[in-house]
Design a protein around this ligand. Structure first.
Ligand code: FMN
Length: 336
């Protein structure tokens, strides 16, 4: 069975990519991902706020003669323990490139244009094979139009593309008035790949303390449906590679994603919850499935269930919505 695939012009031995997450926070983690068979690793993100925070702190230190740079850092809000600073981030990429043979994809997370974008070039210089640009934006201002939000995405991408030569993928939200058009315009503005989709972590209310609290819940398998639908709709229509992320938990999910049109799948929750050896298990089960169903390669499967290739293309559209609603058979015992 030939599981090899290409993504962003890179040759991958298989389509399972470790998604941006704490798994890539250490060299040991990155090595372990390679040992367990991952086709590539996306680094956890370096955030715009983090980069700006460091440069503001440096400014403060130089301007006000604070005792130490470390003390200057304390003048700014705590960013938590998830991410190390930009220097350590670049250093880890540099080391990872020397430690493993699989592609390393850097990840920059931000929303505005500005000085932080120069880190795209630094990530390239550190040796990353490609860059994932995660644009995680919640437009809460009622005066901001959808067109302005879209323009913001395109401007960040254009700035990043101007500063690097490595391929760039955009990880985006599913919440646009026209997701298809947004994907089309990102590809037309230079995105080599689209990572569908960012998962939005909704805050919760703590009624004891009357606070709004962050609440991270790992994904469940039903979440696959949303990116699966969009990959299937966009495959062959938008000229970019596709990575599917959110809700991939087993080999069947991987096969569905590839048949929908994905070049790769990205996994975080499954590996964080059940361990990195899930990569080996999923790859083995995938090979077995392909053998039993007489597929020789991942390339042969790619896009075979996309909207352009299925017998019933309307299944991805409004007709399906009506059909789904009509398919529910109420349990008489709950209707009393
Ligand atoms: C603990 C944790 C940390 C994450 N950190 C990042 C990150 O730094 N950058 C990013 O783009 N996505 C990040 N993600 C999102 C994942 O890369 C992935 O897109 C998402 O979890 C959906 O995939 P899954 O269903 O396999 O978990 C993180 C997810 C988790 C659970």
């Amino acid at each position: 069975m030939d599981l090899s695939t290409t993504y962003l012009g890179l040759a991958l031995k298989n389509p399972i990519v470790a998604s941006a997450s704490p798994m890539s926070k250490s060299l040991n983690g990155i090595r372990a991902l390679e040992d367990h068979g991952a086709g590539a690793v996306v680094m956890y993100s370096l955030f715009e706020e983090q980069i700006n925070h460091e440069s503001h702190a440096l400014d403060h230190y130089l301007t006000y003669g604070t005792e130490s740079y470390g003390e200057a850092l304390n003048y700014f809000p705590d960013l938590g323990h998830y991410n190390v600073g930009p220097y350590d981030y670049l250093n880890l990429i540099w080391q990872a490139k020397r430690a493993v043979d699989i592609p390393i994809i850097g990840s920059l997370n931000g929303v505005s244009t500005g000085g932080w974008i120069e880190y795209a070039k630094k990530i390239e210089d550190a040796g990353a094979d490609a860059l994932e640009l995660n644009i995680y934006y919640i437009p809460t201002d009622p005066a901001m139009t959808g067109a302005a939000v879209e323009e913001m995405y395109l401007n960040v991408l254009r700035d990043v593309k101007r500063s690097v030569r490595i391929p760039v993928a955009v990880k985006l939200s599913p919440y646009f008035s026209s997701t298809a058009n947004m994907c089309y315009r990102l590809a037309a503005s230079g995105a080599n790949g689209l990572v569908l989709f960012n998962r939005f972590y909704q805050p919760d209310f703590d009624l004891e303390n009357l606070e709004v609290v962050p609440h991270l819940v790992l994904s469940d398998p039903n979440e696959l449906r949303l990116p699966l639908r969009w990959v299937s709709i966009l495959y062959g229509r938008v000229h970019a590679d596709f990575a599917l992320t959110s809700g991939v938990h087993n080999h069947v999910d991987v096969i569905k994603a590839i048949m929908g049109g994905a070049n790769v799948v990205m996994l975080a929750s499954e590996l964080l919850h059940n361990g990195l050896n899930r990569v080996d298990e999923i790859l083995r089960s995938m090979q077995q499935w392909m053998e039993e169903n007489e597929y020789e390669s991942a390339t042969q499967m790619r896009g075979s269930m996309s909207q352009q290739h299925v017998a019933e293309p309307a299944a991805f559209e409004r007709a399906n919505y009506m059909k789904v609603l009509g398919s529910w058979r109420p349990d008489p015992s709950v209707m009393r």
